[in-house]
Design a protein around this ligand. Structure first.
Ligand code: SF4
Length: 298
């Protein structure tokens, strides 16, 4: 049962993190208009099971007035609101309070702040810590998201204490271009399931300004500007989706096999393998593997 709609309010971001799933950066195109936000929220109401609306990016605070108005409308429709931010605007705790006060007045239910070495080098005092402190003072429910650069560790659950990758970064999007070096790999035929997303029964989807409804970044249910979101969600059937079907039945290994995609013998993890197979299938399924910019392409 789908309970959350996450707006990728904009693909633009002031930062260009190595682990970014959607290849965001200062020059990334694609931002929701207010009118598009209204349309999505109307459709979210029709779905009937949506409880949460999130505003994310990119960096949603780059389009602050649009984000605030979107929150206001969503709140008035009875949804619970969450926001994800990298806190770039927090030059001091006092100033951070200025940015957060309107969100507080609108009664947001979750603020998630990216605070890790991808975003900030200084650990003791950085914009994320300032927003965290300001949010706590204002009484906003707040948490930080900490994803570390991948490191190699030993997992005793695997045979012969085989090395595993730790840190929490998922190897899709820009991470595949930037973070693979030196990481240990496993045989491709071990990756027989999607370990991260419930593709059969998704609990949340991300929607972007181009209309794509993402089940995983760059893996779309369809386009909500062509088919209304409530209809897309109602008609979604993982088994008959050309990409999700094979992923559900046998992970990236089956996806590659079903479409005869040539591949390496070893990959770091399932997402690494899946992302590269999807990249190879982009031209074949442009309506489901989109937008191209999420794959680092023009
Ligand atoms: S295996 Fe594929 S669909 Fe699943 S989370 Fe990883 S990249 Fe996404």
């Amino acid at each position: 049962m789908l309970t959350g709609i996450h707006f990728l309010l904009t693909y633009m971001c002031n930062l260009e993190c190595d682990h970014c799933f959607v290849y965001s950066g200062p020059n990334s195109k694609g931002t929701f208009t207010l009118n598009q936000i209204r349309k999505v929220l109307d459709e979210a109401t029709k779905i009937g099971t949506i409880k949460w609306i999130y505003f994310e990016g990119g960096e949603p605070f780059l389009f602050y007035p649009v984000m605030l108005e979107g929150i206001k409308i969503a709140h008035s429709m009875g949804f619970k609101i969450g926001v994800v931010t990298n806190a770039y605007y927090a030059t001091s705790e006092e100033d951070a309070e200025l940015w957060l006060s309107p969100l507080c007045e609108l009664g947001i239910s979750d603020l998630s702040i990216s605070d890790d070495s991808f975003h900030y080098e200084e650990e003791k005092d950085n914009p994320a810590k300032r927003v965290l402190a300001a949010a706590k003072r204002l009484g906003i429910p707040v948490d930080s998201i900490c994803i570390e650069k991948p490191t190699v560790g030993i997992n005793n659950n695997r045979p012969k204490g085989e090395p595993v990758v730790k840190g929490g970064a998922l190897l899709k999007g820009r991470a595949v271009e930037k973070l693979l070096e030196e990481l240990p790999r496993r045989r491709y035929d071990e990756f027989i399931e999607c370990p991260e997303e419930d593709l059969k029964n998704p609990k949340r989807v991300h929607v972007d300004p181009y209309g794509y409804v993402h089940l995983c970044q760059g893996l779309s249910m369809g386009n909500m500007w062509a088919i209304p979101l409530s209809k897309l969600v109602k008609n979604y059937d993982a088994d008959s989706h050309p990409i999700c079907g094979p992923l559900v039945r046998g992970g990236p290994a089956l996806l590659a096999k079903e479409y005869n995609v040539g591949h390496e013998d070893k990959y770091v993890d399932a997402c690494h393998f899946c992302y590269l197979v999807r990249l190879a299938l982009l031209e074949k399924f442009p309506q489901y593997l989109a937008p191209r910019q999420v794959y680092g392409l023009e």
